[in-house]
Ligand binder design. Structure first.
Ligand code: TXA
Ligand code: MG
Length: 339
């Protein structure tokens, strides 16, 4: 791969124009969304889409989400059941991706040859403006190198993509901090393939909701994944992460026993001061939105601090907590200690 000079431009009309031109000419651009930063290409240009896989070192069998800014684009790309329109009405623009039967216009390389395509309408004004200005739907995975935590600020994306893409648009910190909820939409029900900013509880107001096994369990090699992304090691810092479930007192006593050089805690803000070892904060205990917002930054901080072992205090699993726990579980390679 030729080394490119990666430019960072602050969000704004001039930057959107430059991004749109690059995208129309088959190049990649880093864009902010309300969930995480995305690595975008014209979804209808297979050559451009293939560049995404190369820049991320992403396996070709992991499909991409296509981003739209206007509801009319939905029918151009797929054949949604009625329920999809109702969910779109309720949750778009926002952190919900629906996998839907695709039309022929969507190339195999976008969907890893699956019969469905994942579609999402982001709410971040910069993302919407860039899609509109470019005139094409944008295929965009998270803007990290494959296997690393998703970038929630432009600088994290720059760290991963410097030299690999021509432009990143800096739209500040991502609001949600975790990737979108991915659902498979059927006639009267949905199946959650990846939990995210739109919660199971919110979806239940509209239809029956099933949560796929892959959300909680490690799939065995060779087992078929409803969402191929579930097969891969994800979100992992260089340190070995373990989730520790228990009360604040139990957690503190556990760390007292384990403390050593290179051992770090990933704990709630309120807990940090009284811990026997150094730690990074991942949000406030009773405020899961702050945990979602902080999670990926906290994992990257562990690397910056040179952590070798990280014990993360388990978050609650209701609401958006399910998404936080799901990402942490993958970062931890499914290692959980219950005290
Ligand atoms: O919030 C997000 O969704 C971010 C921003 C940039 O929009 N994007 C994102 O993309 O997280 P990515 O590629 O990192 O994750 C997409 C996930 C993968 O696990 C992939 O396997 C799954 O969605 N996926 C995509 N298309 C699918 C399909 N047709 N069927 C099943 N799973 C699909
Ligand atoms: Mg990703």
């Amino acid at each position: 791969m030729d080394l490119l000079n990666t430019k960072l431009l602050p969000a704004g009309e001039a930057a959107y124009k430059e991004a749109a031109e690059l995208l129309r000419s088959g190049e990649l651009v880093g864009i902010p969304t309300e969930t995480v930063y995305g690595l975008a290409a014209n979804a209808l240009d297979p050559q451009a889409v293939l560049k995404i896989f190369a820049a991320k070192d992403r396996p070709a069998d992991n499909p991409l989400i296509v981003h739209i800014w206007h509801i009319d684009q939905l029918d151009e790309l797929c054949e949604p059941p009625e329920l999809a329109y109702r969910l779109a009405e309720a949750f778009w623009p926002g952190p919900l991706t629906m996998t839907l039967p695709r039309k022929e216009i969507v190339h195999d390389c976008v969907t890893a040859s699956l019969p469905t395509v994942g579609i999402r309408m982001p709410s971040h004004p910069a993302a919407a403006a860039i899609i509109r200005e470019s005139g094409c739907p944008l295929a965009a995975p998270s803007g990290n190198r494959s296997g690393s935590p998703s970038p929630t600020v432009a600088a994290h994306m720059f760290d991963d993509m410097n030299g690999r893409i021509p432009l990143i648009i800096d739209g500040g910190e991502c609001d949600v901090g975790l990737e979108s909820t991915v659902i498979m939409v059927k006639e009267d029900s949905v199946r959650v393939l990846r939990p995210g900013g739109i919660t199971v509880e919110q979806l239940q107001a509209f239809c029956d909701v099933e949560v796929d096994d892959g959300v909680f369990k490690k799939l065995e090699p060779g087992q078929k994944a409803a969402s191929p992304g579930m097969l891969y090691k994800h979100y992992a810092p260089r340190a070995e992460v373990t989730i520790v479930a228990g009360t604040a007192e139990q957690y503190r006593a556990f760390l007292q026993e384990k403390k050593a050089d290179g051992v770090y805690a990933m704990a709630f803000e309120e807990e940090l001061e009284s811990l026997p070892c150094p730690g990074v904060s991942f949000g406030r205990k009773d405020d899961p939105a702050t945990q979602a917002h902080r999670l990926f930054s906290a994992l990257r901080e562990c690397d910056e601090l040179g952590a070798k072992t990280v014990y993360a205090h388990s978050p609650d699993q209701s609401g958006i907590g399910l998404a936080i726990y799901n990402r942490l579980l993958r970062a931890a390679g499914f290692r959980v200690i219950t005290l």
